[in-house]
Every structure is written in structure tokens, then in C-alpha cells.
Design a protein around this ligand. Sequence first.
Ligand code: PLP
Length: 377
Amino acid sequence: MRKIQMVDLKGQYEIIKETVNESVIEVIESTAFINGPRVHEFQKNLEEYLGVKHVIPCANGTDALQIAMMGLGLKPGDEVITADFTFAATVEVIALLGLTPVLVDVEPDTFNIDVEAIKKAITPNTKAIVPVHLFGQCANMDAIMEIANEHNLFVIEDNAQAIGATYTSADGKKTKAGAIGHVASTSFFPSKNLGCYGDGGAIFTNDDDLAHTIRGIVNHGMYVRYHHDVVGVNSRLDSIQAAVLGAKLPRLDAYNNARKLAASKYDKAFEGIENIVTPFRNGGDDNHVFHQYTLKVRNTDRDALAKFLNDNGIPCGVYYPIPLHNQKAYKDERYNEADFTVTNQLVKEVISLPMHTELDDEQIEFITTKVIEFVNG
Ligand SMILES: *Cc1c(COP(=O)(O)O)cnc(C)c1O
């Protein structure tokens, strides 16, 4: 059996090596390292793929979130509601901009932000909601957009984990993740579903004015060369990363399908195992792109399971072990433990298994056998 990896970047590279090498060398030979034609080409292709009017490439997914919030003109004191159970980047940029983060609980089945909890957290100072499409599946966007419209709030989708995922609205309309809110961010960190070979990110929007504002912000607040109209940042996707992404974007659906297939094989193997809860799919089997395949284990010492798997050569991850409201940097007297019962439980139960485009049947069989062996004691 091939060695099991949490993410198999090498195996994936071997298959696309020729295309990637050719495009990267072309960038080097052209010396168009910054804002070269590859960046523009990738931007256009991603706009078409997602069905959004504007993609603005930037340096990473954290910058993308920050720039989206700057573009919306959010000001210190504005409250921004986001999920307690996510990667810290989301709350980090809210805090960094002097905005007030308002963390709320998530749903026990999808792990995504809880709509009732959002409603409870809204105050006259609330300006935005940041749903994170965690592990590859969209948050409840119908309800979130409805609340946002009712209260005149911005919706910023953190789409770092769900590029290529679909959202099916109650009326049957299908939209790509990141094309629903006022603005969205994504990350091309190597292990993400569409990853480059370094850092990269992008902002998406259908709003022409906002896109214009953001294009200036990523470039030192310049709309006319050496005229700085707003405080900006320097955040660019470099041409070499755009060349890698250009080679991978046409394969994104195939990559996501490979993840879905691996997920369904995992599901099947765990069927009927009492203390294992397999991932819930919201609105259609096809919507979830499995950035992570995350189980909940009951009546099981999750950390001991993780150790057992590691000892057997099976890498695994706990995303996330600590609720954000309990992180030193983000603790706040306003928070009440009773409002975070779901997150507080999830951090004890979740375990993510290897998930990538190169998992084979033998590996899945070995992984699932070992998990079941431990959970069944
Ligand atoms: C990865 C990730 C980010 C940050 O992306 P970087 O490119 O690493 O800055 C933000 N939000 C979520 C939910 C992520 O998973």
C-alpha cells in the first residue's frame, strides 16, 4: 500500500507535471512576475467558472477577507457576526480592523453558522455576517441572505474551504459557493481544494462599484498611478502562482469529484457503526466538496483514536480543537458558555480523515478498518 497522506500534493503534481512546469517556466522566461498575463487569464477563467462578475486575485485567503471588509467600508465599532467553529483567520481580520467580532454557535450536523444564533446576536451596531462554508459545504445561505436583507447587513462568504461547491436554494436554483453574498473570499493555500504552490487568494463580487474599490485597495489604494485615494494594502497573486492555478482550474471539478467519491466510500464503510456519525449533506449529495471528511465520534476517546491512527501510519486532524471564543486572543466577557453548546461539544468529537484527490480503495479500506476497530473497542 502507498503511504497514506493527509493531503497528497506530490501525487497530484505527478499527474499535471508537464503542464505546470511548462506554464511556470514560461512565466520565468517572460519575467512578468507581477501582474503578468497569467494572472489576468486565471482571473477571467475563475469568473466564468464561478459565474461571478468580478474576481480580484490577492496574496492569500486572510488578506482576501480583510480586503473584502475594507472594501465594504466597515468601521471600528461595527459588529461582525461569524462562526465560533472555524479557522482563526475569519475572526482575526475582524479584530485587526478594529471591528467587533461577535462569535456565534454552529449547527450540529453541517458544522456551519447557526441561523437562530445569528438572529439572537443582531444589535443596532451589526453591519455584517461572515458565514464560513466549513469543510466544503455551504452555510444556510437562503436564511442568511434573508436576515441580511431584513436588517440591511452585508454578507461576506468565507469560501476558503468550499471552492467549486454548489448551493441549492429552496426554489431549486443552484449557485456556486462564493457567488451568493455581497462579496466572498477564498484561499489558494496548497492544501485547499484549488491550491497553488505557495500563497494565494481571491475576492469575488457581482457588485461593480465594490469590485472597483477593492481593485484599488489591493494596490496601495491607487486608482490612478501614484494617486492614493484610500488606505490600501499590497496584496497580489504572483504570476507563477497564477500559472499553477491556471493549470489546475480546468481540473477543479474532477478533483472535487474525486473527493466526493472518496467521501462516499468512507460513508459506506462506516454505515451502521453506532458511535460514528458521518458527514451530513445539505440539499443534494453533490453540493459538498469535502475539503475535509470529518466524523463525529461518540462514546470514544477522540484523542486516543487520533493517536491510534497515527501509530498505524494514518494521519488525521482535529479541526478545530478549541472554540474561538475560548482562544486567548478572542476571549470576551460578552460571551456566555451556554450560547456555545454545539461548538463546545464538537471540539471534543470531531476527527478529520485523510482527504485528497489521490486516495485509493486499499488506503480507504485500511483507514476505515482501523477507525472501526478502535471505535468498536
Ligand atoms: C485557509 C483558510 C483561511 C485563510 O487562508 P490563507 O490563504 O491561509 O490566508 C481563511 N478562512 C478559512 C475558513 C480557511 O480555511
